[in-house]
Design a protein around this ligand. Structure first.
Ligand code: SAM
Length: 261
């Protein structure tokens, strides 16, 4: 690992298998004028191929030691390195500065994957697409259909904003050090004009969160703090149903109904 001791707190499992590096870069299919942004470039396993294909990319890395190594390896014409916490990084501002929606890529630190995806989903107008590698189970939850065990808050919140494609599985042996679980690569494409109109994003997020806090509760009980059974009926939703039975469109219709109260 070229003398770097992996830091668990930063979720450092570095890609080491050239076969999977090639497959991920092929799935991204970088083009010379793309505004590519890599989250967590680490030791540069993906970065090198991305630079070779796109010519230049931006990268957000929290680990100072890794940032110093990357600066030695890539020059400023190849890599604009932003030493920052991706959870706090203002991707909207970067897109505005570059006057182009961003193509975000990353073998993401698994310990912050959900909050990072929510952070990115807050402004989909700044995004062209996302290619992310995550724990296989998280990708299954992102892409799950209603009334299946994996369907939950993550599915609804992300599917309200993105089309989600599960691309392929990456086994633990492709990393150093090897994680305990399988990983999977996913492509998220903003729905743009096809996205359902959400009147109040904060209310939508609260309602979806409440519906899944206790999965076995009926919506009548789970949502008692935000709406009455009559409000549910007015939105065409059975108060005896559970959150897992509602489609993304059902959640949007309900949140918009409640926001008008
Ligand atoms: N992309 C490299 C690869 O595929 O080998 C490294 C992937 S490793 C799973 C995750 C990377 O994200 C590490 O480089 C880690 O330091 C970085 N990282 C962890 N938390 C971060 C954060 N909050 N913001 C930016 N980078 C972070």
């Amino acid at each position: 690992m070229q003398g770097h001791t992996p830091r668990r707190r930063f979720g450092q499992n570095f890609l080491a298998d050239p076969h999977y590096i090639r497959r991920i870069v092929a799935a991204i299919d970088p083009q010379p004028n793309d505004t590519l942004v890599e989250i967590g470039p680490g030791l540069g396993a993906l970065t090198a191929d991305l630079v070779a294909r796109a010519g230049h990319l931006h990268a957000v890395e929290i680990d100072r030691d890794l940032a110093a190594r990357l600066r030695e390896r890539f020059d400023a014409a190849q890599l604009t390195l932003l030493e920052a916490d991706a959870l706090r990084f203002d991707f909207s501002r970067l897109a505005a500065t570059l006057s182009a929606p961003l193509r975000i890529v990353g073998n993401l630190p698994y310990n912050i994957s959900s909050p990072l995806l929510f952070h990115l989903a807050a402004d989909t107008a700044s995004l062209h697409d996302l290619h992310v590698m995550l724990q296989k189970e998280v990708v299954a939850r992102m892409a799950a259909a209603p009334s299946t065990p994996d369907y939950g808050r993550l599915s609804v919140m992300l599917q309200a904003k993105f089309a989600i494609a599960r691309l392929f599985i990456v086994p633990p042996g492709a990393f150093s050090p090897a994680p305990k679980v399988d990983s999977a690569v996913a492509r998220l494409t903003p729905l743009g004009a096809q996205a359902p109109q959400i009147d109040d994003d904060a209310l939508f997020a609260r309602l979806v969160g409440a519906a899944f806090t206790q999965r076995r509760k009926t919506l009548r009980n789970a949502l008692s703090a935000c709406c009455t059974p009559d409000d549910l009926c007015a939105a065409g939703i059975n108060p005896q149903a559970r959150g897992e039975n509602l489609s993304v469109e059902d959640f949007v219709r309900l949140a918009n109904q409640v926001s008008r109260l």
